[in-house]
Ligand binder design. Structure first.
Ligand code: AMP
Length: 114
C-alpha cells in the first residue's frame, strides 16, 4: 500500500518543519497555514482517522492531546489561546488519511467554523 504524505514525513522521505517529536507523535508546521501558528500533530502509528481508532489506542490518543497542549505552549500560545481541530471524513474536509490534530493560533479565530 502506498504511503500518504504524513507517513512520508514521519519516515523522513519528504521534508517538514518539525517542531516536536517523541517516540509516539510528530508535530510539524502546516505548509498551507490558516493562522499565524498552524501546526499538525500526528501519531506515528498509522490510524487513518479518528473513527478508525480502537479502544487500545486510548493511551496514544490521550498522549496526542497532552502533547498538542505542550506544543501549543512551546509555540507561545498558552496565554492567548488556540484551537485544536480533527477533521474526520468528507464533510469535515479531511484531505490526508492519517489521523492529525491541527493546532491553530496567533489570532482570534471565528466560531462557528465555516
Ligand atoms: P485535513 O484537511 O484536516 O486533512 O488537513 C490536512 C492538512 O495537511 C492541510 O491543512 C494541508 O495544508 C496539510 N498538508 C498537506 N501536505 C502537507 C505537507 N507536505 N506538509 C505540511 N502540511 C501539509
Amino acid at each position: 500500500m502506498s504511503k500518504n504524505v504524513f507517513q512520508k514525513i514521519i519516515d523522513r522521505e519528504i521534508p517538514a518543519a518539525i517542531v516536536f517529536e517523541d517516540d509516539l507523535v510528530l508535530a510539524f508546521r502546516d505548509n498551507n497555514p490558516k493562522a499565524p501558528v498552524h501546526v499538525l500533530i500526528v501519531p506515528k502509528k498509522n490510524i487513518p482517522r479518528l473513527a478508525d481508532a480502537q479502544p487500545d489506542d486510548h493511551k496514544l490518543l490521550g498522549h496526542l492531546l497532552l502533547k498538542a497542549a505542550a506544543v501549543a505552549a512551546q509555540l507561545g500560545l498558552a496565554k492567548t489561546g488556540y484551537r485544536l481541530v480533527i477533521n474526520n471524513g468528507p464533510d469535515a474536509g479531511e484531505s490526508v488519511p492519517h489521523l492529525h490534530c491541527h493546532i491553530l493560533g496567533g489570532r482570534a479565530l471565528a466560531w462557528p467554523p465555516g
